[in-house]
Design a protein around this ligand. Sequence first.
Ligand SMILES: [Zn+2]
Length: 542
Amino acid sequence: MMIGTEVYKSHRKAFFGKEISARYNNTFGVSERYKPTSNFLEWVEGSNIILDGNHFTFHHHEYLREPYNDPHPRQVEIKATQLGLTTKAGLRSIHGAITGRYPRGILYLFPSKTDVTEFSKGRINLLIGENPDSIGKWIKDTDTSNLKQIGSSILYFRGMKSRVGLKSVPVDFIVFDELDEAPQKAVDMALQRMAHSEIKEWLKLSNPTLPDYGIDKAFQETDQQYWLLQCPACGHYTCLEDTFPACLVELSDGRVIRGCEKCKAELNPSIGKWAAKRSQIEEIRGRHYSQLMSHFVDMKELLHDFRTTQNLTDFYNLRIGMAWVEATHRISLEAVYALCDLFGMAEKDGGPSSMGVDQGKDLHVVIGKAQPGRAGKIVHLGVYKDWEKLESLMKDFNVYRCVIDGMPEIEKARSFAKKFPGKVYLNFYNEHQKGTYKWNDGDLTVSCNRTESLDASHAQILGAAGDLTGSSKVVLPRKSDMIEEFAVHLHNVAKRLEEDEETGSKRYVYVKLGPDHFRHAFNYECMARGTFANTLFPEFLT
Ligand SMILES: [Zn+2]
């Protein structure tokens, strides 16, 4: 767990330079470029909006005032739970429809149809019912759960898992709610709905999951605003999220308070200001919301949860609003470099060797062999354009078995395989397969369960559970540019728990966070090596 903390923090530190910290306390301010042009804030304050039986107020929600007054057309909200942001998104949509700000319509997206229906029938209908004068009178059709006509505008509710739902409507404003649970490829498709709009506004909001994924990835491209609390004693501004858990101070009377970074005086979450870490970025606004800024969360309980939880991932994702991955679920660059030995990359080897090839724009190749006392030895890494090169590598390294990605060039892969009968197999991942890989000599294919096979090669970098000597790991050539690229590709895949919407069952899935060609080439090489690495006399293989 601690390694996970280190990995995550070092990843974030890139944005937290000394110059930036100094600016927290001096020049942070609201960007001047996007002056409020709508009166959303005035409307909310002036309409006596009722929320769950109570009058809408910024009292004890002071951090929401500026966001309610921010008409920036592109906004990202990375958030913990229970901070009022889905309500804000719903109210902004309704207000935009009533005032005609979005004449073509508004698209409110959730990951699935079920989420949409719950939101529309629950939250939105409650808002309409509780506010007959300010909202209800504008609603022309309240009967359908996936569409509401408000004033002269239409508010569409759709699930992002449905391609059909995304194709049908042109709009001016899109809300992506719970972005991390939605298929990420659908984001661009949804944005196409605004191709003909002159307004083109969007709002992305979500609890984060993995670093560099979904809302965290989107937030990295923004000005990255945090709610800083001002110290009543010394005037210093503290960013609670940056200084957690040190920002929580345990008093002798048992209370736990938010403490000033400098003098430890108690901070009041109502007294603060939004400040950007990257104020030079004006194109996209980003805000981070954590439960540390909430009057309704007991800091003693939060700290206790942090110290005792068995699930730090949920703690960081849902309470601090931070992306998080356990160290065992993502390979770090350091873990890869730690496997490097002193030998250089080989251009030839007597073998017998195992080869893995990932095909995409280029051919990424990993070649290895058996190694006494270790899972194996990687002798060659390469990126090639020509399929003929694969044939010469087969000979130069005396490759006993090669596994190549079956897609996208299936015919080229097949004709390559036919030239080396019994040695080259096309891989196809199959989510439903369990257990050992299925080698099929008839059609020159091998099929495997994607998660299980990636687990197996993952363990050859990080080590299998209980392995104290490192015998379950591979050994790599000495560090080079190629090894660095290999390490980055291995780092660009992380494991996360996903829930099947229909069955509710959960399973681990490896998610792509960036270019990952070498990750799959290495996986294929491991599959190939697994067929002979434990052979007693590999030199007799032909
Ligand atoms: Zn202070």
